[in-house]
Design a protein. Structure first.
Length: 202
């Protein structure tokens, strides 16, 4: 992981400078590329000596949810040419970190055993922002392995959860103090078009 972080850093920093006029848009398409690239079978496909760089580019650009802008296409070509697909998820993570540092925000992922309604999520977001003293970009990932609680990842901070009780708004889970350090990139399910090419999510 440390090696990938070292490899990814110059890509993230260069892209951040080059796309200064559209950082939010760049983060969106970079996250999509990272989600597609973070797949063992896709990386095996790309590493196959019989597969051309053009074929890898066409496969990836064809399965991202939204059409890549010219900057996105050029960046993907560069990554493929330099054989750095495996580093793309870390590039996206570092790019987000740069973006958050500039805006004074942080990404927060709420892992919950059950879906969280919009009103409850808004209350939870407010609670988290007070706890971490910053504006958060909150998303939810359902995790059936959790029982009666939630787990929250804010940047590298991980907090365990327990069912809400006294003094906590209904539908919001009270959080334990973060005690584990860890970074994580959340990857959405594999796109149907990618599955059609024999590539599956982890």
């Amino acid at each position: 992981m440390a090696e990938l972080a070292t490899i990814a850093r110059p890509y993230a920093e260069a892209l951040f400078k080059a796309q200064a006029s559209d950082l939010a848009g760049t983060a969106a398409w970079l996250d999509e590329l990272a989600a597609v690239a973070d797949n063992d079978q896709l990386q095996q496909f790309a590493d196959n000596p019989r597969v051309t760089e053009a074929q890898v580019f066409e496969l990836i650009s064809g399965v991202v949810r939204t059409a890549l802008p010219e900057a996105g296409k050029n960046f993907l070509r560069l990554v493929i040419e330099n054989r750095r697909l495996a580093a793309l998820p870390v590039v996206a993570q570092q790019f987000r970190a740069l973006l958050n540092a500039q805006s004074g925000t942080a990404d927060a992922v709420v892992h919950s055993a059950f879906p969280i309604e919009a009103a409850a999520l808004a209350e939870l977001s407010s609670t988290l922002e007070k706890r971490f003293a910053r504006k958060l970009n909150v998303s939810v990932q359902q995790d059936a392995s959790l029982i009666g609680g939630i787990r929250v990842v804010v940047g590298d901070d991980v907090g365990g959860g327990r069912p809400a009780r006294g003094g906590v708004p209904h539908g919001v889970l009270a959080l334990e103090r973060p005690s584990v350090r860890r970074g994580r990139v959340v990857v959405p399910p594999c796109h149907p078009s990618l599955r059609a090419h024999g590539v599956r999510s982890r």
